[in-house]
Design a binder for this molecule. Structure first.
Ligand code: TTP
Ligand code: MG
Ligand code: MG
Length: 470
């Protein structure tokens, strides 16, 4: 492991909800919940103001509404979140060529590889400057962790939340991790946590004391070794810019076309298992399950389904693959079948024991992202809560709610004062859907990019003073 805290982990704070607050002045400082508003909708995220009431990601929306009846409830705007994410990732790439995005709002950066930092003061300064740059470019806050390994950098950014920076000095890792819950470690989800607790292990120190052999006995060979290394704060994983492997897949061509539907189903199950063995062998998991079918006439089609989180659970992949098969007509016979997994991630992100035992860690993890809209009224479909609109007379606004033939709009923009609300008929010809406005007006973005923070200062030791910022 390196001896300077030059691995940076960034994670944006309450990302979707913060974007909504930045674009809607009337929601700043308020409880905001973003997610599926349909009957089976779940919370994607909640603003920190809403978390006070106990609302959190993956919670059924109905439960969130009971806990925080006065919060603003909004439908996600993925296109906007993706564009903000690209702005943030571009700032990270200014720091180093080695940027490893984990999701829209999260990435590792190897500052040393970029020549941006080489010791504690320069690393801290880079983190401070990055947070200021992100704020200037997007108006949003992100939390930064700095450490000598990926695992600790991620733990540090979690500790820093919200809107903070935490640097873990090399050499202090074990003392810091020791009293923490085993759940702090990557890959230790609720199921592994419970399993370890029944064996009398709740803290990282207790994990280390249990010893490698005992951990292997408890959670299996691969996971036991990994768990023990993590307990000792050993993590040598490098930051990798692009994954060389984009997907893992297996396929079989049949000498004789298969006609029997049951046989096709069994083949798909077998391929799913083989694909998962390969996936696990590479230490990966993935979010998107792909089924490939070549029919008797050589027409080839692929069907895919994206899960809420990455998996390497054979049962989950098998089920997804057979759901996909349900939508394919194979009556004329099948020449080739394939199952693949893409959208790859390190498999330690999931619950290790749940995978090992074939237990489902989190039922929501297998739910598809698609939101059922069947029970929404046509008005709600056309005027989704939170989406932007434009009125010929009143200008730019967003949908606060709709129903009973009416749509309520609040007229405000990211750089205006909180605006006022007006109600229209859903078919008002003066009202139309609009694209989101930039969160920071063009021209201002980046205008005040951390001018007062100079990286060169770090080399002279001056930069260490920046540590007081946090
Ligand atoms: P997170 O970074 O896990 O959460 P967050 O940014 O909302 O809050 P914080 O990091 O401050 O704790 O996820 C990033 C975004 O991903 C989140 O804003 C919404 C989305 N998301 C989901 O859609 N479903 C989920 O279950 C989770 C965890 C996140
Ligand atoms: Mg986040
Ligand atoms: Mg995140």
């Amino acid at each position: 492991m390196r001896n300077a805290p030059t691995i940076l982990h960034l994670d944006m704070d309450a990302f979707f909800a913060s974007v909504e607050q930045a674009s809607k002045p009337s929601l700043r400082g308020k409880a905001v919940v973003v997610g599926g508003l349909g009957p089976r909708g779940v919370v994607a995220t909640a603003s920190y103001e809403a978390r006070v009431f106990g609302v959190h990601s993956a919670m059924p929306m109905a439960q969130a509404r009971r806990l925080a009846p006065n919060a603003a409830y909004l439908v996600p705007r993925f296109g906007l979140y993706r564009s903000i994410s690209e702005q943030v990732m571009a700032l990270l790439r200014e720091l180093s060529p080695l940027v490893e995005p984990l999701s829209l709002d999260e990435a590792f950066v190897d500052l040393e590889a970029g020549g941006t930092a080489w010791d504690e003061p320069s690393a801290r300064l880079a983190g401070v400057k990055l947070r200021a740059d992100i704020r200037a470019a997007t108006g949003l806050t992100g939390s930064v962790g700095l450490a000598a390994s990926k695992m600790l950098a991620k733990i540090a950014s979690e500790e820093a939340k919200p809107d903070g920076l935490v640097l873990i000095e090399p050499g202090t890792e074990r003392a810091l991790l020791g009293p923490m819950s085993v759940r702090t470690l990557p890959g230790v989800g609720p199921a592994t946590g419970d399993h370890l607790r029944r064996a009398g292990i709740t803290t990282v120190d207790e994990l280390a004391e249990a010893g490698e052999d005992e951990l292997v006995r408890l959670v299996g060979k691969a996971h036991g070794h990994a768990l023990y290394a993590m307990a000792l704060a050993q993590d040598e994983r490098p930051v990798v810019a692009e994954r060389e492997t984009k997907s893992v897949s297996v396929e079989d061509t049949y000498d004789v076309d298969i006609h029997d539907r049951i046989r096709v189903g069994l083949e798909v199950q077998r391929l799913a298992d083989r694909c998962v063995r390969r996936l696990r062998g590479a230490g990966l998991s993935g979010r998107t399950i792909v089924l490939k079918v070549r029919r008797y006439d050589f027409s080839t089609l692929t069907r895919s389904e994206t899960l809420r989180g990455p998996t390497d659970d054979p049962a989950v992949v098998r089920e997804a693959a057979s759901r996909l098969l349900d939508s394919v007509d194979t009556t004329g016979g099948v020449r080739l079948l394939g199952v693949g997994v893409s959208g790859l991630a390190d498999y330690t992100q999931e619950d290790l024991f749940a995978q090992a035992a074939g237990v489902r860690a989190d039922p929501a993890a297998e739910e598809t992202v698609a939101e059922p809209v069947a029970e929404e009224t046509p008005a709600e479909r056309h005027w989704p809560s939170g989406h932007d609109v434009r009125h010929t007379e009143y200008g730019h606004g967003w949908v606060q709610g709709s129903g009973l033939g009416r749509v309520t709009v609040r007229f405000e923009t990211p750089d205006s004062e909180p605006g006022r609300v007006r109600t229209f008929r859903v078919d008002d010809p003066d009202l139309e859907r609009a694209d989101p406005l930039p969160l920071v007006p063009a021209g201002e973005a980046g205008g005040e990019r951390a001018a007062d923070v100079r990286l060169e200062g770090a080399a002279n030791g001056v930069g260490a003073a920046a540590g007081d910022v946090e």
